[in-house]
Structure formats: structure tokens, C-alpha cells
Design a protein around this ligand. Structure first.
Ligand SMILES: [Zn+2]
Length: 298
């Protein structure tokens, strides 16, 4: 190996490690650019329905949400991605200060290194959450009565919305102020592929996102919106609306039936799509490691 090659190799390693923040590299090393902002791939952890109780021994259907999040965070932090998003129901049922104190403690291995954003759900309490989690993990948006955060994640943009309507009642609502903000934001933002995160499912039941049809009216004509990501059902599934991917994340706290995994999803995101790897720590662990590959609509 010539001096020139050695020096190039050293420089490459240095650049790659800087870009990766010292963590394991994703995919082909060739895809990494010279700085974190222009690299072509981003790796994030997606979670939902952690349901962290004030009492660590609290359990449901044999699942201990406290222990499960401990295990999930251990897996995520062992090879830290660039950040994490939790799609709602961080707290057990009523969004108590003790729930959030435990959630904050369990998430510390991640929050001390990486941004962590939370889309509030129907078992969260906005005031208690904001008192415990003072770092929004991204750029906090000024939307009346709602906790909205935007993250520039390199090849993609992540928009974290708030569908909490009433704590400990099932349905959700984005509401007019947040919908108006979203419409304007999507019109004004770049054409960077955008994923929207919120808690509630998009069916027409009384416990779903009540303004889902109005959300569809906003995202359908916004070409940069590529995927809607949510929790609430505690069921892991993929669907589509007008070419927009609908990703229903598994719960990390507990499932409602044995066919469903309990865990999290590792997302490897690019400007043209993503790979989504299911990491199951409980429930149906047969799909642990399963990879779903999506292409963004054009
Ligand atoms: Zn839930």
C-alpha cells in the first residue's frame, strides 16, 4: 500500500466515523458523504405504545412495559441510531408524573446521546410530559395547544404531530390549528421526502384519529409526504393511501393478541425509500429480524 493510499484510507475512516458519530456504519460505506447533513442514509429507531407505569411491576397480559422498554433501549443503545421517535402512549394510562419519571429514566441511555421525539397519544398528559421532557429532540413548532416537532434527518424530514385529545379516552384529533399549520408547513418546506408521525390509527371507528379524512386531504396533494407512521392499535402492519405508506408500529409495552410482536422498528431511510427491520422482544418473536422494504411515491 502506498503512502498516498494509506493516507486516503485514514482520511476515509476519519470521515466515516465522524459522519456516523462513532457508531457502526450503515450499508455501503461508499454511500457516506463528507458530513452528517449530506449523507444519503439515516438510521432511526421507531417505537410506539411504551405504556410506562409509575410502578415498574405493573403488568398486563403477562407483559411488563417497564422491563420491555428497558430491553428495547438496551438494544437500541447498543448500536445507537441517529435518533428515536416514540409514536405515542409513552405513559401507562393517565400520563402521571411518576410514569414520565420512569420513562425519562429508562430512555436516558438514548436521550443523553441522541434526539428522542414523542408524538403524544391518548394515554399521555401534555402538561406532565412537557414538565418531564424539556428537550423536544428537534425544532419545536408554534402550534396552539399541541406539541409539534420537526427534525431534519438528512435524506428525510420527520414531522412529529400531536393527536392527544382527552387523556385516557380512546379517540384522537389533530385539530384545526395543527392541520392548518401542517398544510402551510408542507407547502413552504422543501421537496425533501417527509414522514409524519402521530399516535392514532386512520380508520373510521370512534377510537381512531377523528380528523383522518381531513389529514388525507392535506397529505394527498403534498408530493413530499411519503409515509404516515403511527401506533395505537398495538398491531404491526403496512398499508397505503394514494401511494403514501401507512406504517403501524408494534407496541413496545404489550400486545392485544399473541399474533403481534412486542418491540420496535429500526428504520434505514434514504431519499427514495427505506428498509424497516422489526425487533421483537416479546409476543410473536417469529418475525424478529423481518425486513420490510418500501419505495417512496414519485
Ligand atoms: Zn397504546
Amino acid at each position: 500500500m502506498s503512502m498516498q493510499n494509506r493516507s486516503n484510507r485514514r482520511q476515509f475512516l476519519k470521515t466515516a466515523l465522524t459522519a456516523a458519530g462513532g457508531v457502526a456504519l450503515l450499508g455501503s460505506c461508499q454511500s457516506w458523504g463528507s458530513s452528517p447533513t449530506d449523507k444519503r442514509s439515516a438510521r432511526w429507531a421507531f417505537m410506539a405504545d411504551t405504556h410506562i407505569p409509575a410502578d415498574p411491576e405493573n403488568n398486563y397480559r403477562g407483559f411488563y412495559p417497564y422491563r420491555n422498554l428497558e430491553q428495547v433501549v438496551g438494544q437500541v443503545a447498543a448500536d445507537p441510531p441517529e435518533g428515536a421517535i416514540i409514536a405515542g402512549d409513552l405513559a401507562r394510562l393517565e400520563g402521571l408524573p411518576g410514569d414520565y419519571a420512569n420513562a425519562r429514566k429508562l430512555l436516558t441511555p438514548l436521550t443523553e446521546k441522541r434526539p428522542v421525539c414523542v408524538a403524544l397519544g391518548n394515554h399521555d398528559n401534555r402538561e406532565n410530559f412537557l414538565a418531564a421532557f424539556t428537550n423536544p429532540g428537534g425544532s419545536q413548532q408554534d402550534v396552539r395547544g399541541k406539541h409539534v416537532v420537526v427534525v431534519d434527518a438528512g435524506p428525510v424530514q420527520l414531522v412529529v404531530l400531536d393527536s392527544l385529545l382527552f387523556t385516557n379516552k380512546v379517540p384522537g384529533l389533530l385539530g384545526q390549528a395543527q392541520r392548518n399549520w401542517l398544510r402551510q408547513y408542507l407547502q413552504a418546506s422543501s421537496d425533501k421526502p417527509t414522514m409524519l408521525f402521530f399516535h392514532h390509527t386512520l380508520g373510521d371507528g370512534d377510537g381512531d384519529l377523528l380528523d383522518a379524512p381531513r389529514l388525507f386531504d392535506i397529505v394527498q396533494p403534498a408530493p413530499n409526504v411519503k409515509a404516515l407512521v403511527f401506533g395505537h392499535s398495538h398491531a404491526y402492519s403496512y398499508g397505503q393511501f394514494e401511494g403514501i405508506h401507512l406504517i403501524n408500529l408494534p407496541a413496545s409495552g404489550y400486545n392485544f393478541n399473541d399474533a403481534q410482536p412486542v418491540g420496535w422498528v429500526e428504520a434505514q431511510l434514504t431519499a427514495t425509500g427505506g428498509h424497516f427491520i422489526c425487533h421483537a422482544v416479546g409476543g410473536n418473536t417469529e418475525i424478529d429480524g423481518q425486513v420490510k422494504t418500501l419505495k417512496w411515491r414519485t
